[in-house]
Design a protein around this ligand. Structure first.
Ligand code: GLN
Ligand code: ZN
Length: 775
């Protein structure tokens, strides 16, 4: 039999549309400017275009139900009727209104047509990171009497929709075990896995109906298989797939794992009675040989060889070399070719990027280009290398060019990396000594007050930036505008009596992009959007080469702002770990190395700031905890180089220079050693919603350095009064000494309005003053 192609899958594709059409459609619907029909039509057009594109590019296993109006985990909650009572749904199809209430919350006046929810408003479901990606899903909520019923026919409808467009698809569903594991139960002692037997019948209904309507394959995503699992979860996986095999025997299940190695769950995975197993061979290429050797003889392996998490073009001949021996053992009829994971996490089409440096562009592949690579692999594996000789040659040529390009490799950076020594990782004196010197220098009161850095990015600020980018506002006008904003913010902070000021970050579009744009080694796209959550998209910088800092980045704005006041004004930088974690990073050197390169660049900036007489420098590491690997066994290594990078960038200064850092919401219990090892003089953290409980970790560790636990929640427009903040500070004082404590909000204020920020900070200063007076 001569095969035209080995089956090629995508596992899932971006939903937002090449021009963010979904975002526009959603926002117009939410604003009441379009109706449900228009929204649903826009969504259907995106799906149709997506299917047609995949078909024309040569995908043979096209997914359906990978689309979502907001989030695929939310879709799953809705499909099985896991809808908390506050949303007012009880039975029957779930309205869009209820769906979006779960996604975004409902206002008081937001009545459902059939008299449903929202009499008092309902908060949105909690949102959290999807594994170690920057995609966020809506956390399912269960309770112990939870029942499930089929409440949305979306997978079936979208399968039929594709079929009517001439596309046979492989529907995708979040697997039942991963779905339960990702959720939380109202009673934390209740394990959602106990709901499995009640959940499975709903899945069986869906799978049966898909079979009846002609589906041959279905893809069930169980990325929980790359996590550390307990026996109960492994047992749940065994029961689930044994049950599905029995109840839906005619449907082939492709069980998809991704984001890492199956590792110690392999024995479990390989005994599951499924027709196919997808494995991530980008994150974990080493698992291939064991799986080929141990897999059941009748199982199909889906080989995830094109990186679904990063933007690099594949070196196709190298991939073929990796695959061919395995395929020789398996036989061509037991193989499918796929990206490592769904293409949801990469931008859509590189061809839209007209302004990228042509060299850099020639090394990249976005979703469309990756699908092209998969199709080439499928054809070549079926028919031989001659099938696509020039494509293969071009692919290898690009890889070689990248490997040797002077744009990527900078001898000077290599020299500096080799010269990093322990002296560069250590402040000159211990914290105790530094604290003494700093106390004498600054003479701050007890409970010094400050903020985290940004002030409101008002419509004026954003409009001015846009006008400047468009060219309708000159450099000089823009600078003048920013100076006035900054001066006003500095004056206002002085007026209300804050002790340590900030310049307000009005000149920054984004805390990572602002620095990335000034560093060598980073590229930026115009249309390289990826979904962060719902309609929100981000355009991560692309770190393609050795990093260096051609010239100072934040010195001028700091200098200007400090010139307006005698009070100390913190200079603001973004830390290396955060810049790394929020970018697409190189795959040709270890992350640790890329991070240290960024650390050296930030170190230069820190030293320049000190030379320009900055007295306090804050290096934000908002994403430090976020970057933790999925497996606990790898935490130590990650934290080792992350902390090392922070120390490299922050240790070049004298004892009298105060280093601050800031972290957004994080649990600290299991990383407190690493936090202490960062040795920042002052750390500010987000603690108000936890009622200061996050400080327990610092207390039991006897954390010695200074801390600013957030005393009010900046995510909410609500303005707390001084008494409320004082009671939070009292809780902090139960855990830490007065000498350690700073008073500040939870995070930067850029998303708030001035009429929320003004009273809140005035109350915060009052709270600190009242406490000083009383102690
Ligand atoms: N300095 C930044 C700000 O205030 C920190 C933001 C963050 O941690 N996410 O906006
Ligand atoms: Zn923050």
């Amino acid at each position: 039999m001569s095969l035209l192609s080995i089956p090629v899958a995508t596992l899932g594709t971006p939903r937002i549309g090449p021009r963010r059409e979904l975002k526009l459609a959603l926002e117009s619907y939410w604003a009441g400017k379009s109706d449900e029909t228009q929204l649903l039509e826009a969504a259907a057009a995106l799906r149709a275009a997506n299917w047609a594109r995949q078909k024309s590019l040569g995908v043979t296993l096209i997914p359906s139900n990978d689309f979502s109006l907001y989030d695929h985990v939310l879709d799953t909650s809705v499909m099985v009727g896991a809808i908390p009572e506050i949303y007012g749904w009880s039975a029957g199809p779930v309205s869009l209104k209820t769906y979006f209430a779960m996604a975004r919350g409902a206002q008081r006046d937001d009545h459902d047509a059939n008299g449903g929810h929202a009499e008092h408003g309902a908060a949105a479901q909690e949102m959290t990171k999807w594994f170690d990606t920057n995609y966020h899903y809506m956390v399912p909520e269960y309770h112990k009497d939870q029942t499930f019923t089929l409440s949305s026919r979306k997978p079936i409808e979208e399968y039929e929709e594709a079929k009517s467009l001439g596309c046979q698809t492989r529907p995708v569903l979040v697997g039942p075990v991963t779905f339960l594991k990702l959720g939380k139960s109202a009673d934390p002692a209740f394990d959602p896995l106990l709901l499995l037997d009640r959940l499975l019948p709903v899945y069986i209904d869906v799978l049966r109906e898909l079979t009846l309507r002609g589906a041959e394959w279905v893809q069930l995503d169980e990325p929980c298989l790359v996590l550390d699992l307990d026996d109960a979860t492994r047992d749940a996986l065994r029961r689930t797939y044994a049950h599905l095999a029995k109840k839906v025997p005619d449907l082939k299940i492709m069980l998809a794992t991704y984001f890492g190695t199956i590792g110690d769950n392999l024995e479990t995975a390989l005994t599951l009675p499924v027709a196919g197993l997808h494995i991530d061979l980008v994150r974990a290429p080493e698992q291939l040989s064991a799986i080929v050797a141990d897999a059941r003889r009748d199982i199909v392996l889906s080989l995830g060889v094109v990186d679904g998490r990063n933007v690099w073009r594949s070196n196709l001949p190298a991939v073929l070399d990796q695959l061919e021996p395995a395929i020789a053992k398996l036989g061509k009829d037991r193989v499918q070719i796929a990206p490592s994971c769904s293409l949801l996490h990469v931008p859509i089409d590189l061809e839209l990027e007209a302004d990228l440096d042509p060299d850099v562009k020639s090394w990249l592949a976005f979703s469309v280009q990756k699908i092209g690579e998969l199709a080439t692999l499928g054809r070549v594996l079926a028919k031989g290398w001659e099938e696509a000789a020039d494509v293969l040659e071009a692919s290898e040529g690009a890889a070689v060019a990248r490997e040797t390009s002077p744009n990527v490799h900078n001898a000077n950076v290599a020299k500096r990396m080799a010269a990093i020594d322990d002296g560069m990782r250590r402040r000159r004196s211990s914290f105790a000594r530094r604290a003494e010197v700093q106390r004498a220098r600054f003479g701050l009161p007890t409970f010094p007050t400050t903020t985290i850095g940004s002030f409101p990015q008002t419509a004026e600020v954003r409009n001015a930036r846009a006008a400047h980018a468009r060219g309708t506002m000159s450099d000089a006008q823009y600078e003048q505008f920013l100076k006035e904003e900054t001066a006003r913010a500095v004056r206002w902070q002085e007026d209300i009596g804050l002790d340590v000021l900030v310049h307000g970050e009005f000149e920054r579009n984004d805390m990572v992009q602002y620095f990335g744009e000034q560093l060598s080694g980073f590229a930026f796209t115009k249309h390289g959007w990826v979904q962060s959550y719902g309609s929100r998209c981000v355009r991560p910088p692309i770190l393609f080469g050795d990093v260096s800092r051609p010239k100072p980045m934040a010195v001028e704005w700091w200098r200007y702002a400090q010139s307006l006041t005698k009070k100390p004004l913190k200079a603001m930088l973004t830390g290396p770990v955060t810049i790394l974690n929020w970018s697409f990073v190189r795959d040709d050197i270890p992350r640790s190395e890329a991070c240290r390169q960024i650390a050296l660049a930030i170190r230069d900036e820190v030293i320049d700031l000190e030379r320009s007489s900055a007295m306090m420098i804050q290096i934000d590491e908002a994403a430090l905890r976020e970057g933790l690997p999925l497996r606990k066994s790898q935490w130590k290594t990650y934290l080792g180089w992350a902390v090392d990078s922070f120390r490299i960038c922050s240790s070049g200064v004298a004892d009298e220079t105060q280093i601050h850092t800031h972290m957004c919401y994080s649990e600290f219990n299991d990383i407190i050693d690493a936090i202490a090892a960062m040795d920042a003089d002052v750390i500010s953290i987000e603690t108000s919603r936890s009622k200061m409980q996050l400080l327990d970790a610092f207390k039991s560790y006897k954390y010695p350095n200074e801390i600013g636990p957030g005393v009010y929640d900046i995510h909410s427009p609500r303005v707390p009064d001084a008494a409320e903040m004082k009671s939070l500070i009292a809780l902090a004082r139960q855990r830490l000494s007065d000498a350690q404590l700073w008073i500040n909000p939870d995070c930067g204020l850029k998303t708030r309005r001035w009429d929320e920020v003004r009273p809140a900070l005035i109350n915060m200063v009052a709270a600190a003053r009242e406490l000083r007076a009383a102690s």
